[in-house]
Design a protein around this ligand. Structure first.
Ligand code: PHE
Length: 458
């Protein structure tokens, strides 16, 4: 009985398949448009250093915790937390809510990426490099909606095939390809005339930039980039076999995510450095950088052929990064719907997909028909991003630390991890989950909320 039940929930076919799927979730828009920008803003090497230290000391432990919770309970977040204790159910609800709301607006951006890819392929690079192109495209109403719906349908087409035949298979193809494209673009960018100064800027630690803000920015980026605190790693963990080494898997996922982010910096930072005449610190994050500035930078690459190829490959890379993340978001939603409502995968996938499409209209129309709708001064898309990343994710991470640290006790997780690995740093784990983690998450939470309301400037 136990066995057939497990089977109907799905299971990873191999350890490497699981690692690639989790890495696919982790590697996303955050690695490409946010990490290089943060590094440029916060003193290059010093930011990289703080980020890597945080990943090793906290991120990996949180990832181990989530995967272990998933594997131990064999359920998606709501069921998993309920199984650990009825009073913890709400933590699972928050986590599922985060995934449910990120998917629609993430897909809006995924649609923009597809549009740019198609435009490069169609040799329209000059139009893309026009500084008004992006704003007129996103405010055009119908076209962006068509693209985002295609993006969601493509995501659905993978998720519907299930854990092993859908997600694992797609990740095994897309992730190595993504890595190849990434390295190719980085080599080209880093060897352009003048790029060396940009690389030096990216790596040279400017210690004067070290500040509490830097640590907070690195921490916020870490949660987002590693897809933590939104139920994804719990869901993915629930498909992991008991003999899979959670410790080395988590380390590999974190390593992959961090390396991709650092290499993405090789593509973005030197190019921006040259383009801005040495003022890489003036870089911006988000859509403005990716859809506004980068096409202008690519336009300056000399020949039309080079611009077309570079632009097309770049947006293909971003598309791979975005869709593998969207797949993980949809999977978290599908798994929750099917566990909670006790319905089969196909029907749950259909429901999740339909909800994502319907909700995605809101953030998209926020730039056209609903452009006068502002919530706490933000566009709908920015607001959804803020409420999920800056508020709910840190709250989810904090609650995870508190529940594991003080109620279940770290031993529950340590025992689960030790089924398949020695887990030597168990003592350190206990300290991080009980003290270091909660302290730092509270700092991130308070500061990001104050920052959004303009009370402090991060
Ligand atoms: N980790 C992804 C990134 O770096 C972001 C993401 C958020 C992925 C939510 C899945 C879910 O872009």
């Amino acid at each position: 009985m136990e066995k057939t039940e497990k089977k109907s929930r799905g299971q990873w076919g191999s350890g490497i398949g699981f690692v690639l799927a989790a890495a696919g979730s982790a590697v996303g828009l955050g690695n490409i448009w946010r990490f290089p920008y943060l590094a440029a803003k916060y003193g290059g090497g010093i930011f990289l250093l703080v980020y890597v230290v945080l990943v090793i000391t906290f991120g990996v432990f949180l990832m181990i915790t989530e995967i272990a919770i998933g594997r131990k309970t064999g359920l998606s977040p709501i069921g998993a937390y309920t199984k650990l204790g009825k009073k913890f159910k709400f933590v699972g609800v928050i986590a599922s809510f985060v995934a449910f709301f990120i998917l629609p607006y993430y897909s809006v951006i995924g649609g923009w990426v597809m549009k740019y890819f198609a435009s490069y392929i169609g040799n329209q690079h000059t139009a893309l490099a026009d500084s008004n192109f992006f704003s007129s495209f996103i405010s055009s109403g119908a076209e962006p909606i068509i693209w985002q719906v295609i993006f969601i349908l493509l995501t659905t087409a993978v998720v519907i095939f299930g854990v092993e035949k859908g997600i694992e298979k797609a990740s095994k193809i897309l992730m190595p390809l993504l890595f190849l494209l990434l390295v190719g673009l980085a080599v080209y960018s880093a060897t352009r005339p003048g790029a060396l100064d940009g690389i030096a800027f990216y790596f040279k630690p400017d210690f004067s930039k070290f500040s509490m803000n830097l640590v907070l920015a690195a921490m916020g980026q870490m949660f987002y980039s590693m897809s933590l605190a939104m139920g994804i790693m719990i869901t993915f963990g629930s498909y992991v076999k008991k003999d899979e080494n959670i410790e080395t898997s988590s380390l590999s996922i974190a390593l992959f995510d961090t390396i991709v982010a650092i290499i993405a910096g090789f593509i973005i930072v030197p190019s921006f450095y040259i383009f801005s005449g040495g003022h890489a610190e003036s870089m911006n994050a988000g859509p403005g950088l990716m859809f506004g500035v980068l096409p202008q930078i690519f336009e300056g690459f000399g020949s039309s052929t080079v611009t077309t190829i570079f632009g097309a490959v770049f947006f293909l890379l971003v598309f791979f990064a975005a869709i593998t993340s969207a797949i993980s978001l949809m999977e978290a939603v599908v798994s929750t719907i099917s566990d909670q409502l006790k319905i089969n995968r196909k029907l749950s996938t259909f429901i999740a997909s339909a909800c994502a499409i319907l909700i995605s209209f809101l953030p998209s129309l926020g730039y056209s028909a609903l452009s006068n709708v502002k919530i706490i001064g933000l566009d709908i898309l920015d607001f959804m991003d803020f409420i999920t990343n800056a508020v709910l994710m840190p709250i989810g991470a904090l609650l995870t630390c508190i529940i594991v640290g003080y109620f279940l006790t770290p031993k529950t997780i340590i025992d689960e991890v030790r089924i398949s690995s020695p887990f030597k740093p168990a003592k350190l784990y206990t300290i991080v989950i009980r003290y270091f983690g909660p302290a730092i998450v509270i700092a991130v939470l308070v500061s990001s909320v104050l920052n959004t309301f303009g009370i402090i400037k991060l």
